[in-house]
Design a protein around this ligand. Structure first.
Ligand SMILES: [Zn+2]
Length: 758
C-alpha cells in the first residue's frame, strides 16, 4: 500500500474521520530556480552537476549574493530545502579564491556536526584540492587536534566545545582566528532560553578573540520558522542581519491532520489518552509499511509508546527490530545505529522525543505523528518536516492531549496555520550567565579599561571581580589571577553542569544512561520505575553525593510519576504596573524557589489508574529566578461573591489554564515556567498568582509575560468560557475532582473582574 492508498483508506474510515477536526492539504510546490553566479569556480559547479544540481534555488542565490556583499544573513527555509548549500557555496568559493580563508561551523549538537563534516568532505573529495574540513569535539583524539588547529579550513564544532575547548586555548588556534571569514550558526532557533543566553555571551568572547587577531568574520545563520529569526540572530551576534525567507525549493503534497481523541467522560471532560490513541492509529498505519516517526513529549512517554508498539508489532508479525525508540539518555553509539537504520529503511517506526526534531540526517519519512502538541508552532513544523519527500506526498497527524494548550490549538486551527509562530527569547544580560563569561573572557585576554563586553555594566562587574580576588587590576587592565580554567566549571546547557549516571546492577554494573541533575529527583528517585528502550528498571538507590542511580531490571505492569512540592519567596520588586486599578496589581521581580520531590504515584500501564503511592526523601533544590505576579485586591471580590476557599479554587483554575497557554505567546516549553497560585501569599497577604522562569537567574520569560499579560489573560478567559465541560476539565481549569466543585465557575468570575477590554 502506498501513501495515497493509505490516505484513501483513512479518509473512508468513519471512526478515524470523526476525530479529525481539521484536514489541511498543502499542494505540491514547484521549484524556483536561478542560474549559478558567473564567478562560481568551475570545479564547484562541476561537483554540483554530478550531484544532479544544474541550477540553484532562488533562496540559495539570494543568500550567496548577500553574503558576497559582506552582509550577515539569517536563512529561514524548511527542512530539506538545500539550506546547507546556501552556506557551503560562499564558504568554498571563498576558500578556493583565497587559500588561507577559514570558516567555523557551529551546530547545537555533536550529531549534527558529524553530518555536516561528511557533507563538506564529499565536496572536498570531488574538488581534489587540499582543503580540509574537520569536526572538533570532545571525541576528537589528542593527536589529531594539532592538525585541525593548524590546517583545518573548515572547523565544525558545537557551542560547548567552542566555549571550553577552543576559546580558552586561542593561542593554539592563531591560524584560524587570523583568517576567519565566516561563522556559521545553524539551527539558531534552538539558541533560546538559557542556552541562547549563554551562546550570545560565547559569541561576545569569540568576537573579542577575532578582533585581537585582526579579523572580523561574517555570520551566516540558519533557523527554523519562528516569529523573530532576524531579531534573535541580531541579539545573538549584536550586529545587523539580513533576513532571507523566500523558499525556492520544491515540496511534495502535504496532508496535515488535527486529531482529537474521543471524549470518554462528558461530565469530567476526559478524552481517551494520546498514547492509546496513537496506538490505534498505528494499528492502521503499521501494516502498510509506511515509514513513520512518532514524537512524544517526554522520555517516559517514548518508552510507554514503544512498549505498546512492540506489542502491536508482535501481533502484526512485524520483526521487533523494525520498531525503535530514540531519546537523550541512550548512549551515542546506540543513537548513531538508529539514525542509520532509519535512513536506510531498516527501521520502519521510530518513537522519539524532540531529539530528532533538529536536522540530524535521517532522510525523509512518509508519516510524522505528534503524540501531543509539541509545545510550540515552530517545533510542530519542524517535526512535521520529518515527513515529506520532495516529489511524493506525506502525512502529518497531530494527536491532541486533554491539556488546555493542546485543546486550544485543536479548537483553533487558524491559530496554528495562519498566525506567526512564537518568538524566541534570550537574556544576554542574565547576571549569573554574564558574570560566568566575563570570567572566561578575562582568562582568555585581559580586559582593558573601558572595554565593552555588556553595554553599561562591564566596568562595574570587573571591579566587583577585583574585589572578589578573581581579577587583578593594574593601571588600565584586568587580569585573571586564579589557577583554574573558568570555562570548565560552566555548562552552557543548563543551570547544572552535572549529570546522574544510571547503573544497571543486574548486568555487572553496566552504565545504561545518564540524566541531568535537575531531572534526577523526579526520574530516578528511590523506588522509581525507570524505563530505558522499553526495558523497565527499578531504582534501588539514588546516591545523591556520588551522583549515581543504581537500578535493576524488573517486569512490572506500572510506571511511576513523581510528586513535587514548591515554595516561593519574593526577594525584590523590580517593576510594577502604574495603572490605577481596583482589582489587580502586577509586578516583576526576583524570587527564591525551593523544590523538592516528596513522593510518587504508581500508575498502571494501559488503564493509567493510580495503584499506589510512596514517599521519597531527597534534598531541596533551590534557585533564584525572575517572576511576574498578580495580586488581587480583596475588596474587588465583594462580600457575597466569594468565600476564601472558592477564591482558591478559582485561582487554581486560572493558574492551570495560564500555565498551559503561556507557551503559546512566549516561545517556551510548559516545563520552562511554573505557575503558583496562593490565596494568601505570605509576601502580600493577598490572593496572588506567580509565574516564574524555571532557570537560575531567569531568562526573560516572565519578563516577556509581564509585557503581554493582558493578551494572555484574554486568551485564558475566552478558552475557559468556551470549554463545553460543566465544572472544569483537563482542557480548561483542570480536572474537576482535583480543582474543586466551583473551580471553573469561580475562575470565570474572577477573570470577568479583570479590565481586559481594549
Ligand atoms: Zn473544560
Amino acid at each position: 500500500m502506498n501513501l495515497e492508498q493509505l490516505l484513501d483508506y483513512l479518509e473512508s474510515d468513519d471512526g478515524f474521520r470523526r476525530q479529525i477536526t481539521k484536514w489541511m492539504v498543502f499542494e505540491e510546490q514547484p521549484a524556483n530556480y536561478a542560474d549559478f553566479p558567473q564567478e562560481i569556480d568551475s570545479r564547484l559547479k562541476d561537483y554540483l552537476q554530478t550531484r544532479g544540481i544544474e541550477r540553484l534555488y532562488t533562496h540559495q542565490l539570494e543568500a550567496y549574493k548577500k553574503i558576497c556583499s559582506g552582509e550577515n544573513v539569517v536563512i529561514v527555509t524548511p527542512t530539506a530545502s538545500g539550506k546547507t548549500l546556501s552556506y557551503n557555496l560562499p564558504v568554498f568559493q571563498t576558500i578556493l579564491e583565497k587559500k588561507e580563508s577559514r570558516a567555523l561551523y557551529l551546530f547545537p549538537t555533536k550529531a549534527l556536526s558529524q553530518d555536516q563534516v561528511n557533507e563538506a568532505q564529499d565536496i572536498i573529495d570531488h574538488l581534489k584540492t587540499d582543503i580540509k574540513a574537520y569536526t572538533f569535539d570532545g571525541d576528537t583524539p589528542a593527536d589529531v587536534r594539532r592538525t585541525i588547529r593548524a590546517a583545518g579550513h573548515i572547523v565544525v564544532t558545537n557551542p560547548d566545545m567552542l566555549h571550553q575547548g577552543i576559546l580558552p586555548h586561542h593561542t593554539l588556534w592563531i591560524k584560524l582566528f587570523e583568517n576567519i571569514k565566516f561563522i556559521i550558526l545553524d539551527e539558531v532557533h534552538t539558541y533560546r532560553g538559557v542556552f541562547g543566553s549563554h551562546l550570545a555571551n560565547v559569541i561576545r568572547r569569540l568576537k573579542r578573540i577575532c578582533a585581537f587577531y585582526g579579523s572580523k568574520p561574517q555570520f551566516i545563520c540558519c533557523s527554523a520558522t519562528i516569529a523573530n529569526p532576524d531579531e534573535l540572530a541580531e541579539k545573538l551576534i549584536e550586529e545587523k542581519v539580513v533576513l532571507i525567507d523566500q523558499n525556492g525549493a520544491p515540496r511534495g503534497k502535504k496532508h496535515f491532520l488535527f486529531y482529537n481523541p474521543p471524549v470518554v467522560n462528558y461530565e469530567l471532560g476526559i478524552r481517551r489518552s494520546v498514547v492509546s490513541e496513537v496506538r490505534q492509529i498505528m494499528r492502521k498505519i503499521m501494516p502498510t509499511g509506511a515509514q513513520t516517526i512518532i514524537f512524544a513529549r517526554s522520555r517516559l512517554r517514548v518508552e510507554i509508546l514503544l512498549t505498546y508498539l512492540l506489542e502491536l508489532a508482535r501481533e502484526l508479525k512485524i520483526p521487533k527490530e523494525r520498531i525503535r525508540g530514540y531519546r537523550g539518555g541512550y548512549l551515542p553509539k546506540e543513537r548513531r545505529q538508529i539514525e542509520q537504520g532509519i535512513k536506510n529503511g531498516q527501521i520502519q517506526v521510530v518513537v522519539s522525543t524532540n531529539a530528532l526534531e533538529l536536522g540530524i540526517d535521517i532522510g525523509q519519512l512518509d508519516v510524522a505523528i505528534m503524540a501531543g502538541y509539541p509545545g510550540s508552532v515552530a517545533s510542530a513544523w519542524q517535526q512535521s518536516g520529518r515527513a515529506g519527500r520532495r516529489r511524493s506526498a506525506s502525512l502529518t497527524i497531530m494527536v491532541a492531549s486533554s491539556s488546555p494548550l493542546d485543546q486550544y490549538i485543536i479548537e483553533h486551527p487558524e491559530y496554528f496555520f495562519h498566525k506567526n509562530p512564537e518568538s524566541a527569547q534570550i537574556d544576554r544580560e542574565n547576571l549569573s550567565i554574564l558574570m560566568s563569561h566575563l570570567k572566561c573572557g578575562a582568562f582568555e585576554l585581559p580586559f582593558v579599561k573601558d572595554e565593552v563586553f555588556s553595554p553599561d555594566i562591564t566596568g562595574h562587574l570587573l571591579d566587583f571581580l577585583v574585589d572578589e580576588n578573581v581579577l587583578r587590576r593594574t593601571e588600565d587592565k584586568y587580569f585573571w589571577m586564579r589557577d583554574v580554567y573558568p570555562a570548565d566549571e560552566i555548562s552552557l546547557r543548563n543551570a547544572s553542569p552535572e549529570n546522574v549516571v544510571i547503573i544497571d546492577n543486574s548486568d555487572q554494573k553496566k552504565v545504561i544512561g545518564e540524566i541531568d541533575l535537575f531531572a534526577a529527583p523526579e526520574m530516578v528517585h528511590k523506588d522509581a520505575i525507570y524505563i530505558h528502550d522499553s526495558v523497565k528498571y527499578h531504582v534501588d538507590e539514588l546516591d545523591w553525593g556520588e551522583k549515581r542511580a543504581y537500578v535493576h531490571r524488573v517486569n512490572v505492569d506500572h510506571f511511576t510519576d513523581a510528586i513535587t512540592k514548591t515554595d516561593l519567596k519574593v526577594l525584590d520588586i523590580l517593576e510594577e504596573s502604574d495603572e490605577e486599578n481596583q482589582v489587580i496589581a502586577k509586578y516583576f521581580g526576583e524570587v527564591a524557589v525551593t523544590r523538592v520531590t516528596t513522593g510518587y504515584k504508581k500508575v498502571k500501564f494501559h488503564t493509567h489508574e493510580n495503584i499506589g503511592m510512596g514517599k521519597v526523601y531527597l534534598p531541596e533544590m533551590e534557585m533564584q529566578t525572575s517572576a511576574v505576579w498578580w495580586e488581587f485586591e480583596d475588596s474587588a471580590f465583594g462580600d457575597d461573591f466569594f468565600e476564601e476557599s472558592v477564591i482558591g479554587e478559582g485561582l487554581r483554575g486560572i493558574a492551570y489554564a495560564l500555565h498551559n497557554l503561556v507557551p503559546l505567546h512566549i516561545m517556551c516549553d510548559v516545563s520552562d515556567i511554573s505557575v503558583v497560585p496562593m490565596v494568601r501569599a505570605p509576601f502580600s497577604r493577598k490572593p496572588t498568582i506567580y509565574v516564574y522562569d524555571k532557570f537560575q537567574g531567569g531568562i526573560g520569560l516572565s519578563k516577556k509575560l509581564y509585557a503581554i499579560d493582558k493578551t494572555v489573560f484574554k486568551a485564558v478567559k475566552i478558552h475557559i468560557s468556551a470549554c463545553p465541560c460543566k465544572q472544569g476539565c483537563p482542557a480548561c481549569t483542570g480536572p474537576a475532582l482535583e480543582g474543586g466543585q466551583s473551580g471553573k465557575e469561580s475562575a470565570i468570575k474572577i477573570l470577568q473582574l479583570l479590565p481586559l477590554d481594549d
